[in-house]
Design a protein around this ligand. Structure first.
Ligand code: SRM
Ligand code: SF4
Length: 579
């Protein structure tokens, strides 16, 4: 590892606060263990709040309760969110049952499927935290590096066809996740009462990351065209399967520099679609992943966290310089990118049959929230019942849905009966099936507006408008987030709504249906009625003037209602209606 550049960074006076916290943490230990024992508060220290992210959790508070508790001079209603590391989104029925139990015993009796193929628990109070972590460990799962400035959960195309290419994609996702996992014993020490090991030399403890880990979060995915359900262009690092004529993976196109996050009113922050950097052979993929991570470790911005993601490193240094450094570190050139085509970012709902004759059922879970709704569908119980009889796998999708995978033909009827009995059947319209909202209120500390709790009712109104224009069966991708950080990838949707303040949203249009092009700001600060009145005439025009098979966003650009976004900084240019 290039110690000198890391040391130079550490010595700099301008380092961001997080760099100093990491440096002083003795490989992510900080004072977390002591803080857990402090009974006078439900919180932990500010520095430890940054460190626990690397262990897969965030300190949050119930924002619905904030005003009343402030009035009563009470401490905020603190609780932790825990996020699992689940490469490729796969778990067994036994693991599902254990997670369900953990959600009911130690969290808020919901399981939240995320936009990055994993589970989150919300509402875990400090006194339950360690027990919940031990329950996760007993399920042979972990939360290490699910958050924090490290390579996080690695996604893989989980198309139910389960071809050999999908198996290869899952194997690569798992291998990258393991290879780039932090090495620190802090996780076992703190959560699993492992024996305390003194922090050693950084080469021994963290051969890839060093003492200060990465400048910022880092996200990797593996995609199998033609489906882009993992939204590869939103990710720091991606591998696109290139198949030979027998359907075997011949190698991988490598993408770098995607990301969604930005800040309202700060034009030097922006979402960016990843570049295709080159092609590598299957046996080189791990080395390429490590090289991309270590170049970002050494070149990434450690002074300004708002410009610290790989997308800015690549913009600042140039793709050619970045590729040359990756090639230098792997000791060989990357090949020229091979042709590929993505067609969509959505999931295939319902049953599909794999190459091996096994069956896979994709269920639509609205915004990924599994719970039992009093007087309504019992989604958590339904999935639990399925886990009790299912002997295949569960696969979480990057669209916050779940696949009951590898079902033998003779078990289909049983699964279908449980699905129907518990209201798990997807009777959703095309718009709802293509809708995604981030968590936002009440748990997310960064939310400026509602998202998960609001999008379903907005979709109901828009469904009615679409039906009026004869567009009820048209697939249009709509995504909402409660702030500009982009957790539901709204800037890659055909309709993106991004929270600006309570009840107000910026409307983005023109993201490509296959996730390859960013949208553009169309109108600002809209409330519910103005969102509907902005979209309705566009739906009407689409119904009237579109060409056969033309997607909504492509129509808006062709008919010059919104400009097309090129890349990165171009996102903020030529915004608003074109005419
Ligand atoms: Fe995210 C921060 C939820 C996917 C970009 N994200 C957060 C936090 C942890 C808020 C915080 O920092 O205090 C949110 C917790 C809310 C809660 O109560 O649960 C949060 N992000 C989520 C999830 C759960 C949204 C969901 O509804 O599924 C997703 C969990 C993914 C996972 O399992 O790992 C989630 N977040 C994403 C994605 C989508 C993706 O990666 O494909 C993005 C955009 C891609 C990207 O990273 O650029 C994303 N989250 C962010 C950012 C902005 C990062 C940036 O570069 O500016 C933040 C804020 C930050 O890092 O400072 C953030
Ligand atoms: Fe929270 Fe913003 Fe992410 Fe939504 S987009 S979960 S509001 S950080």
């Amino acid at each position: 590892m290039c110690r000198t550049s890391i040391e130079r960074n550490i010595m700099s006076k301008e380092l961001s606060r997080n760099e100093r916290i990491k440096e002083a943490s003795a490989y992510l230990r900080g004072s977390i263990a002591d803080g857990l024992g402090e009974v006078v508060t439900g919180a932990i220290s500010e520095d430890d709040q940054q460190l626990v992210k690397f262990h897969g959790m965030y300190l949050q508070d119930d924002r619905d309760l904030r005003p009343e508790r402030t009035k009563k001079k009470m401490e905020k209603a603190f609780a932790f969110m825990i996020r699992l590391r689940l490469p490729g989104g796969v778990c067994t029925p036994d693991q599902w049952l254990r997670l369900d139990r953990t959600a009911r015993d130690y969290a808020n009796s919901t399981l939240r499927l995320t936009t990055r193929q994993t589970f989150q628990f919300h509402g875990v109070i400090k006194s339950n935290l360690k027990t919940a972590m031990q329950a996760i460990d007993a399920a042979l799962l972990d939360t290490l590096a699910a958050c924090g400035d490290v390579n996080r959960n690695v996604l893989a195309s989980t198309n139910p066809h389960q071809s050999r290419a999908h198996a290869a994609a899952h194997a690569l996702a798992a291998a990258i996740s393991e290879h780039l996992l932090p090495n620190t014993p802090a996780y076992r020490e703190i959560w699993l009462d492992g024996e305390k090991i003194a922090g050693g030399e950084e080469e021994v403890v963290e051969p890839i990351y060093g003492r200060t880990y990465l400048p910022r979060k880092f996200k990797t995915v593996v995609a199998v065209p033609p489906s882009n359900e993992v939204d590869i262009f939103a990710q720091d690092l991606g591998f696109i399967a290139i198949l030979d004529e027998r359907g075997e993976v011949e190698g991988w196109n490598v993408t770098v520099g995607g990301g969604m996050g930005m800040t309202h009113g700060e034009p030097d922050t922006h979402p960016r679609t990843a570049d295709v950097m080159g092609f590598c052979a299957p046996e080189d993929a791990l080395a390429v992943a490590e090289a991309v991570v270590t170049v970002q470790r050494d070149w990434g911005n450690r002074t300004n966290r708002k410009r610290a993601r790989l997308k800015y490193t690549i913009e600042d240094r140039g793709l050619d310089a970045f590729r040359a450094e990756v090639e230098r570190r792997i000791g060989k050139p990357l090949g020229a990118p091979r042709p590929f085509e993505f067609t969509s970012t959505g999931d295939r709902y319902g049953w599909t049959e794999g190459e091996d004759g096994r069956h896979h059922l994709t269920l639509f879970i609205e915004n990924g929230r599994l719970r039992d709704i009093p007087g309504g569908p019992a989604l958590l119980t339904g999935l639990r019942r399925i886990a009790e009889v299912h002997d295949g796998e569960f696969r979480i999708t990057a669209n916050q849905n779940v696949i009951i995978a590898n079902v033998p033909a003779e078990n289909r009827a049983l699964i279908e009966a449980i699905v129907a009995e518990h209201g798990l059947t997807a009777h959703a319209t095309a718009l709802r099936r293509n809708a995604m909202a981030c968590v936002a209120l009440p748990t997310c500390g960064l939310a400026l507006a509602e998202s998960e709790r609001y999008l379903p009712s907005l979709v109901t109104v828009l469904e009615e408008r679409l039906a009026r224009h004869g567009l009820g069966e048209d697939e249009i991708v709509i995504r909402m987030t409660g702030c500009p950080n982009g957790c539901a990838r709204p800037y890659l949707a055909e309709i993106g709504l991004v929270g600006k303040g309570p009840g107000r949203y910026n409307l983005y249009l023109g993201g490509a249906f296959n996730g390859s092009r960013l949208s553009k700001l169309y109108a600002e600060d809209l409330d519910h009625d103005h969102i509907v009145s902005a979209l309705d005439p566009l739906f009407a025009a689409y119904a009237r003037e579109r060409e056969p098979d033309e997607h909504f966003s492509a129509f808006l650009i062709r008919s010059r209602r919104i400009a097309a976004t090129g890349n990165g900084a171009d996102f903020h240019r030529n915004t608003g209606p074109v005419a």
